[in-house]
Ligand binder design. Sequence first.
Ligand SMILES: Cc1cc2nc3c(=O)[nH]c(=O)nc-3n(C[C@H](O)[C@H](O)[C@H](O)COP(=O)(O)OP(=O)(O)OC[C@H]3O[C@@H](n4cnc5c(N)ncnc54)[C@H](O)[C@@H]3O)c2cc1C
Length: 509
Amino acid sequence: MEDIESRTYDFVIVGSGLGGLSCAYILAAEGKSVIVLEKNHQIGGNLQVYSREKSIFDTGVHYLGSMDPGENLYQFFKYFKILDELKLHRLDEDCFDVIRFADGSRYCYAQGYENFQKKLVEYFPEEKEAIAQYCSKIKEICAYFPLYNLRSGGKNYQLNNELLELNAHDYIASLTGNVRLRNVLAGSNLLYAGYKETTPFYVHALILNSYLTGAYKLIDGGSQIAILLSRRIREMGGTIKKRQEVVGAKYHDNGAVQSVLLKDGSEIKGHHFISNTHPAVTIDIFGEDRFLKIYKNRVKSLPNSISTFLVHISFKKGTFPYLNYNIYQHHQEDVWEATTPRSETWPESYFICTPISGRHPEYADSMTVMTYMDSAETEPWADSFRTVADQGDRGESYRNFKKQKEERVLQYIETVFPNIREKILAVHSATPLTFRDYLGNKDGSLYGIRKNSQHPNSTQINTKTKIPNLYLTGQNISLHGILGVTVSAFVTCFSFADKEKLIGQVKNA
Ligand SMILES: Cc1cc2nc3c(=O)[nH]c(=O)nc-3n(C[C@H](O)[C@H](O)[C@H](O)COP(=O)(O)OP(=O)(O)OC[C@H]3O[C@@H](n4cnc5c(N)ncnc54)[C@H](O)[C@@H]3O)c2cc1C
């Protein structure tokens, strides 16, 4: 067996989320020795799946964007040499997402800008101009993000405060007085946990653009991305170790990290260290006193996006049809209010999807319902800890809390699918504590640090830290989501590999 303690790796990567694995791939492909240390029994972070009643449930990835041939995530996955083995299913061309309201009205998002625009104009014929303007603005904004266009230079968002400060809600409201259209355009804002006052338009634009350029589900779950990536990393000589929680670090006299310390007492040495954990967690692991007070205070005080209550429903065999689209259901007109849930009316908004099974694509084994939940709701059980590797018990009161919340969600879901109860075999749920414990973040936040159109620079996290050989990667760098995290990994690795060459390799993969 490999003795990981006797070696000094070129790169020690903390966390095997998509960010950590992508960095490991890029660096291993550059000929570096890499080791990825993951605290869980399963790699992948948000890409982890679990199974109940023979159904596979995704925890943190339900569909991918930018996956049409030649689009950016497609090219990134081609570069990773995982594309050919990924089991993908394209969502409905004319209706990949449905924005649905309490009155039962439904609005389809179609794939491709032209199709998307055409469909919306059918619903809002008098708003043709506003819709066209909205689409061109999205394209205009996305052009400022070089890596999302597989470019190394040219137009850049970084010093463009006007772009960074453009608020999503305000911009959409400025286009039209038609309240329903405004809410339809922002209707999938669960994708980025949109806040009315602070969510920048560029976040909305990059994410919507990605789904318009190829929306796909992963057949039998998202863990295949992590599994395939880990295979490629190992083929290049890289090492990935599960159940290895990093709890501290040792330093050289010059202030550079010498090694990380694992919970079991072992020590892994490296020349460079990359942390895939939340920056505030990174500070705790690598030692508060090693960071400048101003940096530490800023990072620790930045608000995270809200957490989630995720309901997984298993169906009786062959009773519920597979839906080749997702639904964003809103029980209130103003879709921006959902991120401040009210206990009397919760859950005001939620995302519904049916995962696709390779065995019988015509019907759904299960349904996932993702709604918001403030981590304060699970505060009474905050001292508990539970994962597969560490089976603590949160107690009866927690189980009752979950049952009550599940019931509330089911009552709402029945308004969308009236006969759903008779088809249900079992219901499971995950709370902010589940996400906190599995991902090692502090509050189970859905997407990490909230981007803020009012103070855009304060929410930009650099990949370099004041510790000379410690770098950051993951969803808090560029953007969350599978595309955002992949882009972030490249940004991190540009410190070690030739940027032009790397982008060229992705483009020509
Ligand atoms: C409910 C939900 C639904 C989502 N749906 C989608 C979707 O449909 N499409 C999409 O594109 N994106 C989606 N996302 C977002 C996307 O999944 C994430 O942005 C992305 O996977 C984050 O990757 P990451 O590498 O930054 O971090 P993570 O996935 O959080 O990985 C961090 C890793 O670090 C490990 N770790 C933490 N602390 C330590 C330690 N001390 N020692 C060792 N290891 C440690 C964790 O265990 C974890 O494996 C969703 C997210 C959630 C929560």
